[in-house]
Design a binder for this molecule. Structure first.
Ligand code: ATP
Ligand code: MG
Length: 713
């Protein structure tokens, strides 16, 4: 095992201590994920276990894929398909797929995503006559999620102090309906797996025997249910290794709890604890900045990372006029970087909230930079995709009422709202699914015309179901498109939007084809499973692209260059609480988030903020983030500040290809701009930093010279 040399002493100790509980507590970029990967490779190479005896938990599906790839490179001749490397949710879904019938669900359950969940809660509010003005659905949704994450069922809620009785009512009904629909939400996957284990000791024992080695990455962000799941599974062999960093705990809103690190040390009191202190990822400057920022948090285990890496460039700071200018700066800088040799996938643009992405998307498109938005505009959340998926879900489980109502009249088949209402009322009254109501439609008094339409619909679903039995996933999708006329109705329309929708559907078929190629058991159910679980942090595209994502989604990743944007008070940090103690807690979590963001960068870190930003469409002035102030000035180089008009080149440092002919521009010169085309210079600022060009196509535009990339012609 030559590759053991690729580990430092502490890392090696963590890899070789295979037996018994182990906690690796260490800062960003110190090789925690590497330890997990190499440990698995070591266990397999030493023949301590088969791939089927390994359960490794990562935070995203993408991280799981990467880990599998790395392990494959380190280990020869093994069959990897039996190795469980996945997120908590995917591991639990896999267990429930085989065992759910033991706890009163069918193994062909569906998984409800965030939107389904919202929809179902709305339904609960209606049925219980609760006014959503009085009780916020999102609040209830969070409460229920918290309960489940703490393994508190509806009947146990009262034991945990004051809870609004309406919340409890909704919780009960919500769970009841999920069961009727034979569905789990994300939190349920863990909750019911724990229930399964507790109620069926023999099943638990089976999995305890199976998983001889359990490993968890990003342990600081596990919640109680996840901890308990691991605890139960590891009771037999006790070979459980968790790695984490308390400074990177950024999911407390999802019930993740630093206490879990302490809980681990308590429950596994004989656990070995290993610390890693050397950072391999970032330049000295970037690491120092990160250390300085996180130092401002009071509630943390003190530790300081060091690195052998070079000092590197200073951290660049750009103060933009507004968010459009900020995006323009980022896009032009990215373009420069790529032209000077950086690969697009080595560049990450990070922001605090999803809504910020659109400006960067627009600007990058304008500069023809290939990019992907990781998370936000999830492909599978687009309407047309959800429609087709609803059909597919009905095929596997016709009692999934949400899916049924989604497409009962899509494409339009004359089944109106009043009929839909009536079906809902009947299903509620008799406690049966909508599909059953339709099957037994003769018993209810639908008028003749409606009856006919329902007939057609039910036989459509019946036919699809029957035919799909012998078809692959791609064939099934095509069958659905064909039989429902869905694609036809899109293609016959002339609008660009509809055309895009048709394109998306084409992409769905391509994704299904990829799924079929990559999976051993490419069933429709597994396909649906995989797309519901491709969580917000995930993205399946593997092309060369710049990544746009929230800081949350960037956890565990690394980039050569990171643009950390929107560093403004009220945006990052985004503190909502008014009560001082709460606000302080939130600020500390924001600071950990900032620490995560900074430590993603290997070579270059660029910070930006806007002096003005449109908030709810209104232009408002902004203040730069306290986090910028927390980085000592010596590490920072200001690129351009439009307020004070101070200016230093940033692009010169990273881009030697700047066009020299631009230096002696004069009013009247003809120039070419990549996006705006040909124009004439009509104004130059005194300091020659800014220019107004009258473009032939789009008229006058004010530009910052060093980013505009103008060519004199
Ligand atoms: P994070 O806290 O951000 O998840 P981490 O602790 O999991 O970080 P890794 O991602 O495992 O850190 O490692 C960070 C980088 O350092 C990776 O590029 C990894 O390949 C590299 N690295 C880790 N250990 C070593 C080593 N001993 N020698 C050389 N490179 C290393
Ligand atoms: Mg990691």
């Amino acid at each position: 095992m030559e590759w053991l040399k690729e580990l430092n002493e502490q890392q090696k100790e963590a890899v070789l201590s295979t037996e018994g509980p182990l906690l690796v507590l260490a800062g960003a970029g110190s090789g925690k994920t590497r330890v997990i990967t190499y440990r698995i490779a070591y266990i397999l190479n030493m023949g301590l276990a088969n791939p089927g005896n390994i359960l490794a938990i990562t935070f995203t599906n993408k991280a799981a894929d990467e880990m599998k790839e790395r392990i494959k490179r380190l280990v020869s001749t093994q069959s990897f398909s039996e190795m469980w490397v996945s997120t908590f949710h995917a591991a639990c879904a896999r267990i429930l797929r085989m065992e759910a019938h033991n706890i009163g669900f069918s193994n062909s359950f569906v998984i409800f995503d965030t939107q389904d969940r919202q929809q179902l809660l709305k339904e609960c509010f209606e049925r219980l006559n609760i006014d959503s003005e009085r009780l916020d659905i999102k609040y209830v949704s969070r409460q229920i999620s918290n309960f489940k994450n703490q393994l508190i069922g509806p009947s146990d809620v009262y034991r945990y102090g004051e809870v609004d009785s309406h919340v409890v009512e909704v919780y009960k009904l919500y769970n009841k309906l999920l069961k009727e629909y034979n569905a789990f939400d994300f939190d349920d996957l863990l909750y019911y797996t724990v229930v399964l284990f507790e109620k069926n000791p023999d099943i638990l024992e089976k999995y305890q025997n199976k998983f001889k080695y359990i490993l968890v990455d990003e342990y600081q962000d596990t919640n109680h249910a996840q901890f308990y799941f691991i605890y139960l599974l590891s009771q037999k062999h006790r070979n459980v290794c968790v790695v984490g960093d308390d400074d990177q705990s950024i999911y407390s809103f999802r019930g993740a709890n630093i206490k879990n690190i302490l809980e681990f040390e308590k429950v596994f009191s004989d656990a070995k604890v290993i610390k890693l202190e050397k950072n391999y990822r970032s330049t000295r400057t970037i690491l120092s900045a990160a250390n300085e920022v996180i130092k401002h948090n009071h509630y943390r285990k003190s530790k300081r990372l060091w690195t052998d890496n070079l000092e590197g460039e200073k951290i660049f700071l750009y103060s933009a006029f507004d968010e459009v200018n900020e995006a323009e700066f980022v896009a032009s800088s990215v373009k420069n970087l790529i032209e000077s040799g950086f690969v697009p996938s080595g560049i990450g643009v990070l922001y605090r909230t999803n809504a910020q992405s659109v400006n960067f998307e627009n600007a990058l498109s304008a500069y023809s930079v290939p990019y992907k938005v990781v998370g936000a505009l999830r492909f599978y959340e687009r309407k047309e995709i959800k429609d087709i998926i609803a059909y597919l879900r009905l095929i596997t489980n016709p009692h999934d009422d949400l899916s049924l109502f989604r497409i009962i009249n899509v494409p339009k088949r004359g089944i109106g709202n009043s009929t839909i209402e009536k079906i809902k009322v009947l299903s509620e009254k008799y406690g049966i699914s909508a599909y059953t109501v339709l099957l037994e439609r003769a018993k209810f008094d639908f008028d003749k015309k409606t009856y006919e339409k329902l007939n057609n619909f039910i036989s459509l679903i019946g036919d699809l179901k029957a035919e799909a039995e012998n078809l692959s996933v791609t064939q099934t999708i095509k069958l659905v498109l064909d039989k429902t006329g869905y694609l036809e109705s899109l293609l016959s329309s002339k609008s660009e939007e509809e055309f895009q929708r048709a394109k998306n559907i084409e992409q769905l078929i391509s994704s299904a084809a990829i799924f079929e190629e990559e999976n051993e058991e490419p069933t429709l159910q597994n396909f649906l499973n995989s797309i519901t679980l491709s969580s917000e942090e995930d993205d399946n595209q593997k092309e060369e692209k710049v990544s746009l994502m929230t800081v949350h989604a960037a956890k565990g990743l690394e980039f050569e260059v990171v643009f950390l944007t929107g560093l403004e008070e009220g945006l990052f940090p985004l503190v909502r609480a008014e009560e001082p103690l709460e606000a302080e807690k939130e600020l500390e979590e924001e600071r950990r988030l900032c620490y995560v963001a900074i430590t993603r960068a290997k070579k270059l870190l660029v910070l930006t903020y806007a002096n003005n930003r449109r908030v709810f469409g209104r232009f408002s002035s902004r203040q730069k983030s306290c986090f910028i102030e927390e980085i000592p000035q010596e590490y920072i180089q200001v690129v351009y500040n439009p307020i004070t008009k101070t200016y230093q080149t940033f692009s010169a440092k990273i881009n030697q290809t700047e066009d020299a002919s631009i230096s002696n521009l004069q009013i009247g010169n003809k120039v070419q701009h990549r996006k705006f085309g040909v124009g004439k210079i009509i104004w130059l600022s005194d300091d020659m930093k800014e220019v107004v060009v009258d473009f032939e196509k789009i008229g006058q535009k004010r530009l910052i010279l060093s980013y505009a990339n103008l060519k004199r012609i």
